[in-house]
Ligand binder design. Structure first.
Ligand code: FES
Length: 172
């Protein structure tokens, strides 16, 4: 038996100071319980921030500023290039707005601020209406009337005219 066989790298040999072999670690170990608590706290904070965002937007987007305070009309280009059953979100001054062309070819425009908590609404070609992704509010495509979900009142309408082939949206 030679002396080297007595040096077990995992337990040490007991006759010298070689000791158990140390394994490299990437840092201090975090107990699983603390990791899970941290992950849950981070998830709760993220969830809270997402839930509060529409209210924050409602309070900071100047909802009370009258439509047309900073712009009276906008030109959205050729009507002939705007197909039926489609929509376009655009800026009407500082406010988001939406122009829709229903399946029958009629044009309608609204301020695209949801009357619930102020999220920006979108067109749904599938359901042929306007909807809000925040809490599922739905509005009529032609009138902007609130049809279902939490929105308490209709979208603010804008006036749409076709002038020399161009779509002109202005304050109603
Ligand atoms: Fe709640 Fe639009 S912000 S339904």
């Amino acid at each position: 038996m030679n002396d080297e066989s007595a040096h077990d790298p995992h337990t040490g040999c007991g006759s010298c100071h070689c000791g158990p072999e140390e394994t490299p670690q990437s840092g201090p170990a975090i107990p699983r319980r603390f990791f899970l608590q941290g992950a849950i706290a981070a998830f709760a904070a993220l969830w809270g921030a997402l839930a509060a965002y529409p209210l924050f937007r409602y309070m900071t987007t100047g909802q009370e500023e009258p439509v047309g305070a900073d712009v009276k009309s906008v030109n959205l280009g050729k009507a002939s290039e705007f197909p039926n059953n489609s929509a376009r979100n655009f800026q009407f001054g500082r406010k988001p707005a939406i122009l829709v062309r229903n399946p029958q070819g009629e044009l309608h425009a609204f301020i695209a601020v949801c009357t619930h908590l102020g999220c920006t609404v979108q067109f749904s070609s599938e359901k042929e209406d306007i909807w809000c992704a925040c809490h599922g509010g739905r509005y009529d495509l032609n009138s902007g009337k609130n049809m279902s979900g939490p929105p308490p009142k209709p979208l603010t309408p804008l006036k749409v005219a076709t002038v020399k082939g161009d779509i002109i949206v202005s304050v109603a």
